[in-house]
Design a protein around this ligand. Structure first.
Ligand code: MN
Length: 312
């Protein structure tokens, strides 16, 4: 099944499932099921199994058009763990050694946006880079799980773009700031359940900007595969339903090109993963918001200072 979180007419976030003819609002279709995707993932397997029957009944009163606005499938995950340099081609182009253990860093929920959302080029840098990735979402608590059973803890998969401000990332030893600008973790459009994806290590993965192919690889080329990652990380911490692991990007990122190929306002970025979906986002320049304006001593906004004080 293809699960999603969407915005309803009242502006609320709703848990949905793609069906023939549109999106089914799960909580409306069957009030005994949660109206929140993360709450659904935390249900026992027997309760999750009810969703297929609800989707096949598909009461028309709970159907919304498929053009509905997509939010991140898991809007408030407890963790977003990302794996750096997990494809040899990307390690090579970044002059990094192939890692002997996964290079894990964190993103936060402020980065998450859904399919169709704008992603923001911030004021302080032009070095805006893309990273097409397959992300997995945990569906069953995992602690000290062996590799052989690790994938049984995965609910499903999403396309993910690990957007990065390269100069901020590389300014210090810690990648956290350069990886965590607002909107820099687009994902979706759906969380595709593991049974529908099958082997996660056999998926073509591509990234295009305005139609030009800039990354093209296959998830078979990961250094640490999805089962390795769930097993290895579960030796350190408990993975909970809704937790996201972004599994690394193949070669072809903008920073490795000569000259570097940075994302610019108006460009349309697409991450395409076989059987998982196509994630489309448009680059926008950060607007000059009132929040960014300096305030005068009287507490009123000082327009002249604003114009003079904000620049690239
Ligand atoms: Mn990455």
């Amino acid at each position: 099944m293809r699960l999603l979180t969407f915005e309803n007419a009242a502006g609320g976030a709703r848990f949905g499932v793609e069906i023939e003819g549109g999106v089914l609002d799960v909580g409306l279709a069957d009030p005994s099921l949660p109206d929140d995707l993360m709450a659904f993932l935390a249900l026992p397997d027997a309760d999750k199994a009810k969703l297929a029957a609800v989707a096949s009944l598909a009461p028309s009163t709970a159907l919304v058009p498929s053009g509905v606005r997509r939010l991140p499938p898991v809007p408030r995950p407890g963790k977003i763990l990302c794996v750096g340099v997990n494809y040899r081609a990307h390690a090579g182009e970044m002059n990094a050694q192939a890692p002997v253990a996964p290079e894990v860093f964190a993103k936060f929920a402020n980065t998450l946006v859904g399919d169709g959302a704008d992603v923001i080029l911030p004021h302080q840098s032009q070095a805006f880079d893309y990273e097409a990735e397959l992300a997995l979402v945990i569906g069953r608590r995992a602690r000290h799980v062996p590799k052989a059973s690790a994938l049984a803890h995965v609910a499903g998969y999403m396309a993910f773009n690990d957007l990065t401000i390269r100069d901020v990332q590389m300014r210090t030893m810690q990648w956290t700031l350069g990886k965590n600008f607002d909107t820099h973790g687009p994902c979706g459009p759906n969380l595709v359940t593991a049974d529908e994806v099958g082997d996660p290590q056999s998926l073509d993965i591509r990234l295009t900007v305005d139609g030009e192919v800039l990354q093209a690889s296959n998830t078979s080329r990961m250094i640490f595969d999805c089962a390795d990652l769930v097993s290895l990380i579960s030796q350190i911490m408990t993975l909970e339903p809704g937790d996201i692991i972004a599994t690394g990007t193949p070669g072809g990122v903008g920073a490795a090109r000569r000259p570097p190929r940075w994302l610019k306002p108006g460009e349309v970025v697409r991450v395409e993963v076989d059987r998982v979906g196509v994630l489309t986002n448009t680059v926008r320049a950060e607007p000059l918001t009132r929040d960014a304006e300096p305030r005068s001593k009287t507490g009123h906004h000082d327009q002249a200072a604003t114009v003079a004080g904000v620049g690239r």
